[in-house]
Design a protein around this ligand. Structure first.
Ligand SMILES: [Zn+2]
Length: 109
């Protein structure tokens, strides 16, 4: 049994499984309309969890931390705030919705 905790709400859940959330967006190109659509797609790691009532939820993997595996507590990190922006590398905290340095937004689960 793996227990996880949401990094912002501190709710605790049981980890059920993992998967990938796919996203794809398409908008018409400027010159050729739908003949030249601009498409973006990608995937994000998703975790399926459930709460004490068995309600299943999916979260972005970045929103959760494993706190316990089969009764063994994970060492709480002293460096929880020592995250770095994927774009500019400056330090950010998990509470930041956007990078204070370059201003990019982070995916929120
Ligand atoms: Zn940044």
């Amino acid at each position: 049994m793996i227990k996880v905790r949401h990094v912002k709400t501190y709710e605790e859940f049981y980890l059920l499984g993992t998967g990938f959330g796919m996203y794809k967006s398409s908008r018409p190109g400027i010159l050729w309309g739908n003949l030249d659509p601009h498409e973006e797609e990608g995937s994000v790691g998703m975790l399926a969890v459930c709460d004490d009532y068995g309600i299943i939820k999916w979260f972005n993997s970045k929103s959760l931390r494993v706190i316990e595996i089969d009764g063994h507590e994970i060492k709480s990190s002293q460096t929880e705030s020592a995250l770095s922006c994927p774009a500019c590398g400056s330090s950010v905290t998990e509470a930041d919705a956007t990078c204070p340095s370059c201003g990019i937004g982070f995916i929120d689960g």
